[in-house]
Design a protein around this ligand. Sequence first.
Ligand SMILES: [Zn+2]
Ligand SMILES: [Zn+2]
Length: 361
Amino acid sequence: MVRFTVLASGSKGNSTVVTGGRTRILVDAGLSCRELFRRMKLAGEEPETLDAILITHEHTDHINGLAVTARKLGIPVYFTEGTHRAWMRWLTPRRQMTYAQWLEQCRRQAAERQAEADAGELSAAGEPDEEETVTGPSCDAPEAVSPDPVSPEMARLAAETLIEDLQAEAESAAELPAGAANEDRVPSRKEDPTWLPCVEYFAAGEPFEIGDIAISPFTIPHDAADPVGFVFRVEGVRMASATDLGYVPPNVKAQLKGLDLLLIESNHDLEMLRDGPYPWSVKQRVLSRVGHLSNEAAADFLQNGYDGQAAYVILAHLSESNNLPELARVTAERALNGYASLLANRLLLAEQHQPLESIYF
Ligand SMILES: [Zn+2]
Ligand SMILES: [Zn+2]
């Protein structure tokens, strides 16, 4: 049995469960662990049976509940190396300091290095063959803390999710029996926020398998470190997920053919975005070639770049501020009109606040 369940879709969290054969994969973990589990149960999926978590990119709406969920279930997380590094940077906040403090830190570090070098010289005395190494002062400049332009609402949501997860982790730590073996204890988020039970790397363009599910990751144009979409193949069924992309380039079009299920972004209505509440810089980002697909762009792809074969087309990542479900639906319906088949292209809309009914093959 093959099953595809969208648990949540939109700028406040994205997550989907793909099941086939004996394998169950969570694609993105953009909700808190608690909410992910609640929705999985609501959709009739058992969280404890998940085999792995697969991550598309490091934006908060895709990774918010990742660490706690992976730790709780003790399952591997599959990333590209670039995404894993970006995620670790996101979780390891850098200390903010003024320029004067930074200079002072550089001086102190240089002095420490000099002192170490002097000590080394003393201990190495009598060994003239030792190669002389010069260690000049080199400090890393302080970095900006949050590279991702996010709306205040998204930032608030990310903070809320983290707090919720921290509370959950604290609660489960409190449940440990007194005197539980120390070495078995999983590091808490506070000790090492980037700790995961197991990390596996994959690369865009290089298919791989998790259990019974074959996965083809492909590069998408989006403002993240190394973002990808996926095609899943299991029991002869092909399903694709392509959200968070500024446009549909040829490599993505090539992947989205011969599908049984297509989940594609229909993020915003162009007019609503232009007249909407986002600051101009965020509007520019969303509209850019590394932003998000508009209803119009998704419809253009459905009409001109897609083969019309999928039994199901799911519109996803709809903006709550800059889109209306009916606008997205009508625009896509118009585009799909030309494909004369009663059995194909059943149009569904993924939702932010509740799971979409599971699709079975
Ligand atoms: Zn994104
Ligand atoms: Zn997103």
